[in-house]
Design a protein around this ligand. Structure first.
Ligand code: PMP
Length: 353
């Protein structure tokens, strides 16, 4: 007699950052934006609440209003835009859609740890390519046979940005593979590869509303690429779940895109605060990578990161620690409000290790 337990799929899941609740918590651990979404979002939600059928009726399976708003924002046509429930949903569906090869998927050894989880979940063979000693991606390493390529730019959790020239060379040398550039953090001063989607039919750029648009709680992510890629993604989506975007998410997302000035102002402030934070932490003896994101990736020559992480947590200051080869003496610190950052600096200035 077989046991049903033998038929269970056992996987090692991704571990998301902690979501502590409480009043006096300084939460710098999951790269959320410390500022509220654009005021248009609240307005749209208030209006939506008056609509009859808001909760009763199914949403538009194409999320057309959001897709069209994104297409207009990026100067593309709607058939070049795919939307999903956060970029995790878009990325997971992309793995399922594009990495259907016996050849290995390539991604960096230090990167968003969800990539390995999806590769294992979907039985996709993969090879992790070590970043160099300075955590830089070497483009030549991606000029080998593969069944697909994915990396974030800027990378996470290092925060380091690679040049568009290098990305273009990777695209040029891999016309037979889909290359996904995960731009979760691109809006804080890095250069987007979106323009390259016009010239490379194998490029998919994935972005999110979670960081630069302050909407992690709404769950909106999207992919930009040529219509053939977007069609393939939609075919897989409609083979899985037709109604991924709630009516509220569609409305809130479209509203957020109306206010470009607010978006530029808040992302610009965070980028400026990040540069100030680099200076402050360096003065406190930390080494920081040249992050172009809304977080810093830091190590201290005298302090053990794992201990500092615990000591900070005891003071209700949450940062992210990864117990992982090469980066187990680093902390990832999200850029918070001025007040939150001051609390962090005060703690560190008095810290004895
Ligand atoms: N990509 C990277 C590199 C990330 O760090 C994150 C955030 N955990 C995501 C994608 C997913 O973000 P979301 O699902 O909130 O869009």
């Amino acid at each position: 007699m077989s046991d049903w337990r033998e038929n269970i799929r056992h996987v090692k899941p991704y571990t998301p950052g902690e979501q502590p609740t409480g009043e006096s918590i300084v939460k710098l651990n999951t790269n959320e934006n410390p500022y509220p979404p654009a005021p248009e979002v609240e307005e749209a939600l208030r209006e939506a609440a008056q609509e009859s059928g808001l909760l009763r009726k199914y949403p538009d399976p194409e999320a057309g209003e959001l897709v069209r708003a994104l297409a207009a924002f990026y100067g593309l046509s709607p058939d070049q835009v795919f939307v999903g429930v956060g970029s995790d949903d878009v990325l997971a569906l992309s793995f399922l859609t594009f990495f259907h090869s016996f050849k290995p998927l390539l991604f960096p050894d230090i990167t968003y740890s969800f990539y390995e989880v999806w590769a294992r979940l979907f039985h996709i063979p993969f090879v992790k390519i070590p970043l160099d000693a300075d955590f830089r991606l070497r483009k030549e390493d991606y000029f080998q046979e593969n069944g697909g390529i994915i990396f974030p730019n800027p990378n996470a959790p290092t925060g380091i940005e690679e040049s568009l020239a290098d990305i273009e060379e990777i695209l040029r040398r891999n016309p037979g593979s889909v290359v996904i550039v995960d731009e979760a953090y691109v809006d804080f001063g890095a250069k987007s590869a979106v323009e390259l989607t016009r010239r490379y039919d194998n490029l998919l750029v994935v972005q999110t509303f979670s960081k630069s648009r302050s909407m992690a709680g709404v769950r909106i992510g999207f992919a930009l690429g040529q219509p053939e890629l977007i069609r393939a993604l939609n075919d897989v989506k409609y083979s899985f779940n037709s109604y991924t975007m709630s009516r509220l998410a569609i409305k809130a997302g479209a509203a957020a895109l109306k206010n470009r000035a607010y978006f530029e102002q808040t992302t610009g402030k965070i980028a400026a605060d990040r540069e100030k934070a680099k200076d402050r932490l360096r003065q406190l003896g930390f080494q920081c990578t040249d992050s172009r994101t809304n977080f810093l990736f830091v190590t201290h020559p005298a302090w053990e990161a794992a201990k500092l992480y615990e000591d900070l947590k005891r003071e209700n200051i949450y940062v992210r620690y990864f117990r992982q080869p090469r980066i187990d003496n680093y902390l990832r610190i999200t850029i918070g409000t001025g007040e939150e950052m001051e609390k962090l600096y005060r703690f560190l200035a008095a810290y004895k290790g």
